[in-house]
Design a protein around this ligand. Structure first.
Ligand code: AMP
Length: 402
């Protein structure tokens, strides 16, 4: 069974082709700069040389056509016929309250996804576009939607409601949705597998820390709270997003600086977090770490805020679950930044978290247990693999069709 996984963004399409008989990756790639100058496709077939084609890619249709060409190419391709693709799994950011699991995409589902555009205006439209183009180009192939929000639909009401008039929840569905669900679910399941334990017996905190970040409390295999909420902005500070701020600041700033809705949104989503706190040094963690080593106080204060925020969430979610067995670090920063892991864990020995420096130092992008033998909480680094999770869900939905 070969599954194509598509993550269609506003100007890019990421793809992976898996052979699900052994869950191996046959090829992956990226179509970039769709509709803008310098568009190209980078294709990485497993065991063969990578290829790059630079050409005009005016729209997503052309982009998906190029993906199919790359997969079928006589030299760099990995399948000889399009019919070898059993199904396509699509990453969809927002599934609202309707989808707590993955679904076969039909017209009804797509209509519902269109209704969720107002909840995820930047993400759902290109996701839907990717689905429509794949339906057109692969009309006989089942298409499955896998939602970033689905894993978090198990969050109980006391954790997903905000303290606003209840009518806003009823009328506009204003509540905590949470994101990165596929990643949190994957690393939580993988942690249980690595430890040889039943996930239903574990209290896990998963820290997905990348350009976008979220922390999730996973109890008995289910998400019970998460730091991103209605939008993709709350929780710990991120590359350019502010994380938790007192809502009183927003109208205050709008008045003081005479800001429009669009301008304040831009500040909160694109000019805050690492880039804002560091006064423009960078939104990229590597640059900030480099500057910290060079003694830059702006970079240091930025990362101090990040580390403190992370500690607070770990503490809060330990309380929410009344305990903690496993702490997982994942995504670009979580997987690759030993200093962050050390700084955050070092002062949490009260919770039974003890890091083994010899296992943590220098560890980048690899699965490993980094806690000491006698640490009450097991701390792991697990590279996220959302694409594989999407492929697995797609297989499951297709098997249920039979
Ligand atoms: P992601 O959004 O998951 O791709 O993560 C992107 C973030 O990971 C960026 O802030 C990168 O700077 C960060 N990152 C990647 N490699 C490293 C590294 N070796 N050390 C620290 N941060 C890293």
């Amino acid at each position: 069974m070969k599954i194509l996984v598509v993550n269609s963004g506003s100007s890019s399409i990421k793809y992976c082709l898996f052979d699900m008989t052994d869950q191996s990756l046959l090829a992956k790639g990226l179509v970039e700069r769709i509709g803008i100058k310098g568009s190209c496709i980078n294709h990485f077939p497993t065991g063969k040389d990578a290829t790059k084609r630079v050409m005009a890619i005016p729209d997503h249709r052309k982009g998906i056509e190029l993906v199919i060409d790359a997969l079928l190419n006589s030299k760099s391709g990995v399948i000889d016929d399009i019919s070898k693709i059993t199904a396509v799994g699509h990453r969809v950011v927002h599934g609202g309250e309707k989808y707590s699991g993955s679904v076969l995409l039909n017209d009804d589902v797509i209509n519902t996804l269109n209704e969720f555009i107002e909840l995820a205006p930047l993400h759902n439209p290109p996701n839907i576009l990717g689905i429509k183009v794949c339906q057109e180009l692969l009309p006989d192939t089942p298409q499955v939607g896998v939602f970033d929000t689905a894993f978090h639909q198990s969050i109980p009401k006391e954790a997903f409601l905000y303290g606003l008039p209840y009518s806003y929840y009823e009328q506009y569905r204003i509540r905590r949705y949470g994101f990165h669900g596929t990643s949190h679910q994957y690393v939580a399941q993988r942690a249980a597998e690595i430890l040889g334990k039943d996930i239903k017996e574990l209290k896990i905190i998963t820290c997905h820390i990348g350009n976008g970040s979220s922390i999730t409390a996973v109890k008995e295999g289910k998400s019970v709270d998460t730091s991103l909420g209605f939008g993709t902005i709350s929780g710990i500070i991120m590359g350019t997003r502010c994380g938790d701020v007192d809502p009183a600041i927003i109208p205050y700033l709008m008045e003081k600086e005479n800001l429009s809705f669009k301008e304040i949104n831009d500040i909160l989503y694109r000019k805050s977090g690492f880039i804002g706190l560091s006064e423009g040094i960078s939104s990229d963690m590597r640059d900030l770490e480099e500057q910290v080593q060079a003694g830059n106080i702006k970079a240091k204060r930025t990362l101090d805020v990040l580390f403190y925020g992370l500690k607070k969430y770990i503490g809060a979610y330990t309380a929410a679950m009344n305990g903690l067995d496993v702490l997982v670090f994942t995504a670009g920063i979580g997987e690759n930044d030993p200093r962050l892991r050390k700084e955050v864990c070092q002062s949490l020995d009260f919770f039974g978290i003890n890091i083994d420096d010899s296992k943590n130092d220098g560890l980048r992008g690899k699965e490993a247990i980094i806690s000491t033998e006698n640490s009450r909480v097991t701390v792991l680094v697990i590279p996220t693999y959302e694409e594989l999770m999407i492929a697995r869900d797609t297989v499951e939905i297709c098997n249920n069709l039979k």
